[in-house]
Design a protein. Structure first.
Lengths: 236, 236
C-alpha cells in the first residue's frame, strides 16, 4: 500500500478530515506503523492525490487531515480485451492491470472459457473493486478501471469491437504469430488476449478479420496472467 | 501443460518407452483427454524435446513411445538477483521465471525481507522444482532453472556479484530511477530487484556502487511478482 485510497464516505461531513477503521487501518498500524504527526500519501477514489496528516490514532480508528492537490498519473493508452480467465487468476489479473494503469477491460466469452467461470461471485456487481483498488494503492493511482462483461463472442467482435478499436492499433497476442509484439508504443492500442489453451482457429480468424494484427510475446507460451503483464510492459 | 516433461525414472529400462502414473497422467486424461494413438509434445528434463506416441492408457497409467530430437529453446540471457519474496509470491515467481526462460536465479537477503521467509519449506532442497517444472511445461522447455540462496546481503554483493555480473549489463530496478529500463536487449543482463517495500538506501547505494545502473519500469510501483515479469518482458 504505497497510497492510502480514500472514499467519499471516509470524510467527516464538510471537513477535510477522514476517519478510517477498516483493513486500511490495520495496514497503517501494523505495516506502516504510523504515529500521530506522520504524513502519508493519500488519494481520493477517482479524484486527486495528496497527503494525509495523522491527527489521531487508536486500535479501532485513525483520523487524518487531508490535502488533495495532485492529479493521478496518466493511464496507459490501452483497451484490454481478455477472454474470461478462471476466477483465481482473474483476481491476480485485476490487481496487475489496475497497478499497471489499464482503465478499460472487457472480459468476453470464448470457446475454451469454462461455462462455470461466468457464475463466479467475483463477477457480481461491485465485487471486482475489491481486487482493483489494491492495485491502485500499490501503484499510487486513484482512477478505478472500468470492467465490462460480454458473454457472447460473435456479437461482441462483430458489433462492438469495431467501435472500441477505432483510432487505435489493434493487436492480438498469438504465440504462433510471425511478428513480435512491438515495444514502447506512443499510441492507443487495443490488445486482445485468449483464454488458457488459446483461441480456437475460428476465433483467431474472426479477430484478425476484424482488423487485429497477430503478435507474439517471445518463443515461449506464457500463462495468461503473465502474458497480460508481459504484453503491457512491452507496449508501454 | 503444453509439453509433458519426462524424467529419467519414467523410462522403462533400456527402451524408448515411458510409463506415467502421477499428476501428469491426470492432466493428460482429463485436460488433454488423450487417446491411444495420440501424439504429444514431450521433453526430457534438462534434455531434448520431441514427441510421445500414446501406446497404452488406463485410469492408473499411460505409456508412450518417445522420440527426442529437438533442442529446447535458448534461455534468455539474464541472471536474476531477487530479494527473497514471501513464500506464496515466490511460488508464482518461480513458475513465471521458469516459463520465461530464466536459467539462473539468486535469492538473497535484504533488510525488508522478513526473517521467517528463510524458514519456508519451499526453500528446502528439491522443493522448488515443484514450481519450476510446471513453468517448463507451460513454455515448452526442458532446462531447469538453477536457484541459489544467499542469506547475507553484504558478502553476496561484495564478494560474489562482481564475478556474476562480469560481461553483462548490470541493472537494478528502482522506481525512483531517472532512466527507463531498456527494451529488447541483445546482450547478457544481470537484473537486481528488491523486496516488497524496496531496498533501504544503504542497499541501493551498495548495489549501485557495485556497478549496477538504476532503471525504472514506468511511473507506477509494481508488486514484485509483476515487476519481475514486466522487467524480463521489456528486456528480451
Amino acid at each position: 500500500m504505497n497510497l492510502i485510497l480514500l472514499f467519499e464516505k471516509d470524510f467527516i461531513n464538510g471537513t477535510h478530515e477522514v476517519r478510517i477503521d477498516d483493513r486500511r487501518l490495520k495496514h497503517m498500524l501494523y505495516v506502516h506503523r504510523v504515529q500521530v504527526g506522520d504524513k502519508l500519501k493519500v488519494g481520493l477514489l477517482n479524484g486527486k492525490m495528496g497527503s494525509g496528516n495523522v491527527i489521531y490514532k487508536s486500535k479501532s480508528e485513525l483520523m487524518m487531515k487531508v490535502r488533495l492537490t495532485e492529479d493521478p498519473p496518466p493511464p496507459i493508452p490501452v483497451t484490454l480485451l481478455l477472454a474470461l480467465p478462471r476466477p483465481k487468476m482473474l483476481k491476480r489479473i485485476l490487481f496487475a492491470i489496475s497497478s499497471m494503469g489499464v482503465k478499460k477491460l472487457y472480459l468476453f466469452n470464448s470457446y475454451r472459457v469454462e461455462k462455470s467461470f461466468w457464475q463466479a461471485p467475483i463477477l457480481d456487481p461491485g465485487k471486482m473493486e475489491k481486487y482493483l483498488t489494491p492495485g491502485l494503492e500499490q501503484a499510487k493511482d486513484t482512477v478505478l478501471p472500468q470492467v465490462e462483461l460480454r458473454k457472447q463472442f460473435k456479437p461482441f467482435f462483430e458489433d462492438e469491437v469495431p467501435e472500441i478499436m477505432k483510432n487505435s492499433l489493434p493487436l492480438i497476442a498469438d504465440p504462433g504469430a510471425e511478428d513480435a509484439c512491438p515495444y514502447d508504443m506512443n499510441q492507443q492500442v487495443t490488445l486482445a488476449m485468449g483464454p488458457e489453451g488459446g483461441f480456437i482457429p475460428y476465433e483467431t480468424d474472426k479477430i484478425i478479420a476484424t482488423g487485429f494484427k497477430p503478435v507474439h510475446l517471445g518463443k515461449r507460451i506464457l500463462r495468461v496472467e503473465n502474458a497480460v503483464v508481459a504484453g503491457l510492459s512491452r507496449l508501454f
